[in-house]
Design a protein around this ligand. Structure first.
Ligand SMILES: [Zn+2]
Length: 87
């Protein structure tokens, strides 16, 4: 599920995943620039995966169903939908 993870600060992939925050965001430590940061939801899913999830959501019209199938949070799906409708 995780595609390529790059440091948001310096763009290096020399990072160590470091547990999760209470809000579900992935924490990481970058060995290159030595920063501690978190990834937003957009870092967990590739574009294809995102499309698949949104398609499933439209077919079933159920956020809970999507959450059950993909383990994606409802907030994340709503954010994608919002972005999509703005585009
Ligand atoms: Zn870095």
């Amino acid at each position: 599920m995780v595609t390529k993870l790059l440091c948001k600060n310096c763009g290096s992939n020399n990072i160590v995943l470091n547990g999760k925050r209470s809000n579900g965001r992935q924490k990481y430590h970058c060995k290159n620039c030595r920063c501690y940061r978190t990834f937003g939801p957009e870092y967990y899913y590739s574009t294809e995966r995102k499309e698949e999830i949104l398609r499933t959501y439209k077919e079933r019209a159920s956020l809970r169903g999507v959450r059950r199938i993909f383990g994606v949070s409802i907030t994340t799906v709503l954010t994608w939908l919002k972005k999509k409708s703005q585009a």
